[in-house]
Ligand binder design. Structure first.
Ligand SMILES: [Zn+2]
Ligand SMILES: [Zn+2]
Length: 354
C-alpha cells in the first residue's frame, strides 16, 4: 500500500473585510472597574452562544479535555478548509476565524475570532480522532450587544470608541471543534502606551487589538469591563483611534489628544534645510491625513527614528542624500507628514511643544 500523500500547506490570502469610516469619536467619562466576582458558578456563556459546531459534532467541556486518557495535547494541526479544500496549519498562539452556528453570519466581518491556546485530539468515543481547540475569544464591537458593560457605557458610546476593525482580547475561554475553523486571521497588536509601536504599520483593512475585555458570566448574563480606558490623555476619555489625532509628550511619556493640547502661540518659521524640516515632524498617531494610510494607527515615531538615527551617522549628508533616504523609508510618509502635521501644540500637563 503506498504511503499517505504528503500534505503541503498552501498559503491563502485572507479575505479582508471592507472598512466603514462613519464612526465618530465621542467623549466618554471614565469607567470604574466593577466586575461581578461574587458568583461561584460561572454559567455556560450565553454570549458567543455555545462553542460552535457543525451538524453532528459534539464538543467536550474544558474540564473534559483534562481527563487523563480521553484527550491528548497536540502541538499543531492541519485543517482542510471546507470552502476551498486548502490546508491550513494551526498552532498554539494563532488567531483563527471561526464559523458561528448562525449560518447567516458568513463573512470575515462576522466570523468569530479565537486565539488558539491548546489543541487536543480525542482518544475515546464519542470524540475519538476528532480535534478540538481550546482558546479565548476576541470580541468585536458588535459582539458587545449582549454584554452589560461596567457603568458609564451604553451601546451607542461603545460604537464611537471602538474602531470597526478593532477586537477586544477577552478572558472568555471556550472549546471548539476544528471543523468550524474557516481561516487564519492576521491580527495586529496596537500598543496604546508606548511612543513607537513594535508592530510597525497596521494596514487600514486589518484587524487589530488594543484593549482587554474582562468578562464574567453571572446568572446567564455577561458582565464586561474594558481594561485600560482610564489611562488615556489628561481627559481620561477613550476615543476611536481612526478619527482622533494624538501627540506624544516625551517629558510625560504619554499620548494626548490633539484637541486636549494647548495651542502654541509661537508659530516657528519653517527651516530651510530639508533634514531640519523632517526633524520637526511631531510624534503623532491617529487621524493624521485626509486620506487613510497604514502608518497612521501606530504613528510617525518609527519612521522618524529611522531617519534621525541615519542622520546622526551621516551628519554631513546633503539634501540630495536625505531625499534618497526618505525615498528608501517612505517618500510619501515624509511628504504628507511635512504637509499635514505642521500645527504644533503644547502638552496640557507640562507645556512641552508637541
Ligand atoms: Zn484628551
Ligand atoms: Zn508633557
Amino acid at each position: 500500500m503506498p504511503g499517505a500523500p504528503t500534505v503541503k500547506p498552501q498559503t491563502r490570502r485572507i479575505t479582508e473585510p471592507r472598512v466603514c469610516r462613519t464612526a465618530k469619536a465621542q467623549a466618554l467619562r471614565t469607567v470604574e472597574a466593577r466586575t461581578c466576582r461574587t458568583l461561584k458558578a460561572r454559567v455556560r456563556p450565553t454570549v458567543k452562544a455555545m462553542a460552535p459546531t457543525t451538524a453532528g459534532d459534539q464538543v467536550p467541556t474544558i474540564t473534559m479535555l483534562r481527563r487523563p486518557g480521553h484527550f491528548t495535547a497536540r502541538p499543531g494541526l492541519f485543517i482542510t478548509q471546507p470552502s476551498t479544500g486548502d490546508f491550513l496549519s494551526v498552532r498554539g498562539g494563532d488567531v483563527v476565524f471561526v464559523r458561528p452556528p448562525d449560518a447567516s453570519r458568513e463573512t470575515p466581518d462576522t466570523f468569530w475570532k479565537l486565539r488558539v491556546n491548546d489543541i487536543y485530539r480525542g482518544e475515546k468515543k464519542p470524540y475519538r480522532d476528532q480535534y478540538f481547540l481550546l482558546g479565548t475569544w476576541y470580541y468585536a464591537r458588535e459582539d458587545l450587544q449582549d454584554v452589560t458593560l461596567s457603568d458609564g457605557f451604553d451601546r451607542k458610546e461603545i460604537v464611537t470608541i471602538l474602531d470597526e476593525m478593532e477586537l477586544l482580547s477577552s478572558n472568555h475561554q471556550d472549546v471548539i471543534s476544528s471543523s468550524t475553523v474557516e481561516d487564519a486571521c492576521r491580527l495586529y497588536n496596537l500598543d496604546t502606551k508606548g511612543r513607537s509601536s513594535l508592530t510597525g504599520e497596521i494596514p487600514h483593512d486589518r484587524w487589530y487589538s488594543r484593549f482587554n475585555l474582562n468578562i464574567t458570566f453571572c446568572q446567564g448574563k455577561a458582565l464586561g469591563f474594558i481594561e485600560g480606558l482610564d489611562d488615556i490623555c489628561s481627559c481620561h476619555y477613550p476615543h476611536n483611534p481612526r478619527v482622533v489625532q494624538e501627540r506624544f509628550c516625551g517629558s510625560c511619556c504619554k499620548w494626548f489628544h490633539f484637541e486636549c493640547c494647548r495651542p502654541n502661540p509661537d508659530s516657528p518659521s519653517s527651516p530651510s534645510r530639508l533634514i531640519d524640516r523632517i526633524l520637526t515632524i511631531p510624534c503623532a498617531r491617529g487621524k493624521l491625513h485626509k486620506s487613510q494610510h497604514d502608518w497612521e494607527l501606530t504613528g510617525t515615531a518609527q519612521n522618524l527614528d529611522l531617519i534621525r538615527t541615519w542622520y546622526q551617522e551621516n551628519p554631513d549628508a546633503s539634501d540630495r542624500l536625505v531625499k534618497d533616504k526618505m525615498e528608501e523609508i517612505s517618500f510619501e510618509f515624509f511628504r504628507l507628514s511635512m504637509q499635514d502635521l505642521t500645527e504644533k501644540r503644547l502638552c496640557p500637563v507640562c507645556g512641552t511643544e508637541l
